[in-house]
Design a protein around this ligand. Structure first.
Ligand code: TYD
Length: 212
């Protein structure tokens, strides 16, 4: 698609998902450079967060104890502000938005991991997003034990990263359910492979898109 046609139809929205330790951060940065080298305006953002208000809510969600409903409400409040002030304006001017996690993470972590009511999440999703979904979701999938080994090598854990393999197994099942409900939007990547092999899967997923 030419830059002009892309501007007319709006930009593309790509989200990145997976359990903590799946290795998505490296690939998001690589994809940003790859797209910029092809002339795209790229907006790189993340959830929870991505706008000044949403970043403040992120701090609370990741570090303060709270019940599951409170967590879900804050995450969707952050998402609403992020959509209105960052994502929608970027898409409207034809930019490609790369978002490190989006609503699939809420269904996977709050729904799958915490066992929170999926119907409530679906209602919040409908109110907050008004139909907006990513055009493509890259799901970095790998076994929880492999991800745990990677996490232990790098950082001090937040409220989610400190969960056990059983929690991340439920998160992974949550992602699988989301993919099963919207298979056309998802590309499942084997994130246990070496970084070069994962990158090849990302390129293939992009090139398979009809709008690419
Ligand atoms: P992450 O995006 O992996 O950032 P970092 O690499 O800096 O740790 O971490 C965000 C955490 O928030 C991650 O553990 C998943 C969690 N999360 C939810 O529980 N629900 C959500 O809706 C989102 C977007 C994230």
């Amino acid at each position: 698609m030419s830059a002009l046609a892309r501007a007319r139809t709006g930009g593309r929205f790509i989200s990145f998902e997976g359990i903590d330790g799946a290795g998505k951060s490296t690939h998001i940065a690589t994809l940003q450079r790859w797209l910029q080298a092809r002339g795209h305006e790229v907006v790189l953002t993340r959830e929870p967060g991505g706008s000044p208000l949403a970043e403040q809510l992120r701090e609370l969600v990741l570090h303060q104890p709270m019940d599951a409903l409170c967590e879900a409400l804050l995450i969707f409040a952050a998402r609403r502000d992020h959509l209105q002030t960052c994502i929608e304006p970027a898409l409207a001017r034809g930019a490609t938005v790369l978002c490190d996690r989006f609503t699939d993470a809420t269904f996977a972590y709050q729904g799958g991991g915490r066992g929170f009511n999926l119907q409530v999440l679906a209602q919040l999703e409908a109110w907050v997003q008004e139909g907006r979904q990513p055009d493509l979701t890259l799901w970095f999938d790998l076994p929880p034990a492999v991800a745990a080994a990677r996490r232990s090598a790098v950082r001090s854990p937040d409220r989610f990263e400190s969960q056990d393999d059983a929690f991340f197994g439920r998160v992974r099942d949550g992602y699988l359910q989301r993919m099963t409900a919207a298979p056309q939007r998802f590309a499942r990547l084997d994130a246990a492979l070496a970084p070069e092999a994962v990158w090849q899967q990302i390129e293939a997923a992009l090139e398979a898109q009809p709008w690419w």
